[in-house]
Design a protein around this ligand. Structure first.
Ligand SMILES: [Fe+2]
Length: 573
């Protein structure tokens, strides 16, 4: 108050800039006075509060916007927190809301607690949503979040609600997940949604459960349909999918835009190092014709309002945290200064305040529990007759699968991969909870002609997924994963051709982002060289375990048909 009244000096004064007011849409010449972590004053005549101790940034000719908020992402996987933040911070992002399902799949509640420790005391704000952990895997389900655990999490300020509970499971009446939703609603926090493909009464049933958002719409009509039901929509533009272009049809509809945000839902190392983080999304929206102020709102105040943290963040106004990006002009989203909690944390792409490197505890570094080395025999599919009818996972796109049935001859009492027909083996091996459970089936359409790839970065369960045209290569890939403590490994002809280590929980790397980007690139290129068709082969494997994507999936307990919501047999006749 005294700084605002001109009776005490500001710690930091940003003078002569054009300030974007996300509340009114105005852009006006003003100075911003900051005391400690917060903004004290925005307006003209700021000289009264500039003292000898005041740090001054002259923003003449430049524009001030609030720091960006990514309202839906997954930073509990791939990157160590300090490595990710280096890139996130320099582009103007000052708040992240992340899901925690990936780290909790192999580590349960303890994984979430450890993850919270890793994001604490960082230069920018990181909030989480508690993991509902909707999973196909009966093993993972046993370790999924309980209501008492959720209650403890929701008591924390940095936990904004419950993460994305996939609609199918909710509408099918999964009691545990419904109880988590009810508890979250009772505590006045948000239930994040995932309603991909839901329509009509099923969509409304899902919304009526208490879900308040969705980040899955892929068309303008799906956005309208959901906003009509009161949902808040986060338009995804990231590694998994990119929807901004299709949604840009709505760019002039203010009623819609009030309920709209942009979010990454996770960014790959390549985009992060070359394109950027939230600044890339806002720039893309502007390039697609969105009015720049509206584009900025979609990455700031709208997200803050959705999570009911807008009293603290999301705009440049007195009392708010001083989270500000200074950009050359409203059409050029390139942060020259990034201010977070009142401190300049990055300048012209250089990070000035280093994120804290987190030391992950031993319990998180030892999560590949396989009691012995694997051999080719572990991937045998024994059959009793000479000819059998088999249910295959058929890869339709790089994410979507369906079921297919074929007649297959048995060779020496077992089913073999047949790369000439693009049919190879797929195995799910439980590795987190020491059950020793595993299952091997067949998959068609991946394109892999030889070799094998295995990964522990799978979605929504604590398994290893291995696919291969050759069982010995599958075994080698799994054994290498055990040595690495988790990761992604590609083998062929008895050699390891490419790998990425993910030793934290089997899902997080400890390497620099640049090294990681190079390794993932090599992995993808090498897999493509062996015939892999997916533009992101690792992601294709990671999603085979997920109930989020239709429709024939796999886990350590077998094949799961999402349409029928049940496990189905590999051999059907
Ligand atoms: Fe997501």
């Amino acid at each position: 108050m005294r700084v605002a009244l001109g009776e005490a000096p500001a710690d930091l004064a940003i003078i002569n800039g054009s300030v974007v007011n996300v509340y009114t849409g105005e852009v006006e010449q003003a100075s911003v006075l900051i005391k400690g972590e917060r903004i004290a004053y925005v307006g003209g005549d700021a000289g009264r509060a500039i003292g000898t101790s005041t740090q001054i940034i002259d923003a003449k000719g430049k524009t001030l916007i609030p720091g960006f908020i990514d309202g839906h992402t997954h930073i509990d996987t791939v990157y160590s927190i300090s490595e990710f933040l280096k890139y996130a911070m320099r582009g103007g992002t000052t708040t992240i809301v992340t899901e925690t399902c990936t780290i909790s799949s192999p580590l349960g509640y303890e994984g979430v607690i450890q993850f919270l420790k890793s994001v604490k005391n960082q230069p920018i704000k990181i909030f989480i949503t508690a993991p509902p952990l909707v999973t196909l895997s009966p093993v993972t389900e046993e370790h999924a979040t309980t209501v008492p655990q959720l209650r403890k999490l929701l008591r924390r300020r940095e936990v904004l609600g419950l993460g994305e509970a996939y609609w199918g499971d909710v509408v099918n009446g999964n009691r545990r997940v419904l109880d988590l939703i009810a508890e979250t609603v009772k505590r006045g926090k948000k239930v994040e949604g995932h309603s991909a493909g839901a329509t009509g009464a099923k969509l409304q049933a899902y919304v009526s459960s208490g879900v308040s958002s969705c980040h899955e719409p892929t068309t303008a009509e799906e956005v309208r349909e959901r906003i009509r039901l009161g949902l808040f929509i986060l338009i995804r533009e990231g590694e998994v999918r990119r929807e901004l272009e299709a949604i840009s049809q709505l760019k002039d509809d203010d009623a819609i835009l009030n309920r709209l945000a942009v979010a990454t839902d996770g960014v790959g190392p390549d985009q992060l190092t070359t394109g950027g983080y939230m600044e890339f999304l806002v720039q893309k929206a502007i390039n697609l014709g969105f009015d720049p102020v509206r584009a900025v709102r979609m990455a700031t105040v709208n997200v803050a309002r959705h999570f009911a943290i807008d009293d603290d963040i999301g705009g440049i106004a007195p009392g708010k945290y001083a989270d500000i990006a200074i950009i050359p002009d409203l059409k050029t989203i390139r942060a020259e200064y990034v201010i977070s909690n009142g401190r300049v944390i990055a300048q012209n792409g250089q990070v000035l305040i280093q994120p804290r490197q987190h030391r992950y505890p031993r319990s998180m570094l030892n999560t590949i529990h396989l009691d012995r080395d694997f051999t080719a025999d572990d991937f045998t599919i024994p059959v009793e007759s000479r000819q059998v009818k088999v249910r295959l996972i058929e890869q339709v796109t790089n994410l979507v699968t369906r079921e297919a049935f074929i007649d297959m001859p048995a060779a020496e009492g077992q089913l073999k991969a047949d790369a000439s027909q693009d049919i190879i083996k797929v195995a799910a091996i439980e590795r987190a909870y020491r059950t020793g459970k595993r299952f091997t089936g067949l998959i068609r359409g991946l394109g892999l002609r030889k070799g094998a790839m295995a990964t522990t970065a799978v979605w929504d369960c604590g398994d290893i997924i291995a696919v291969g045209a050759d069982e010995s290569d599958m075994a080698q890939a799994v054994n290498r994963i055990k040595e690495l403590g988790g990761g992604v490994v590609l083998c062929a002809g008895g050699s390891i051709l490419a790998e990425v280590a993910l030793p934290v929980g089997g899902v997080i790397s400890t390497e620099p982002v640049e090294a990681l980007a190079a390794k993932f690139k090599r992995l993808q290129e090498t897999a493509a060289g062996l015939g892999a068709k997916s533009p992101n082969f690792g992601l294709t494997l990671d999603t085979l375990t997920s109930p989020a994507i239709p429709f024939l999936r796999i886990c350590e307990s077998g094949l799961f048909n999402l349409k029928e919501n049940r496990f189905v047999d590999l051999i059907v006749g």
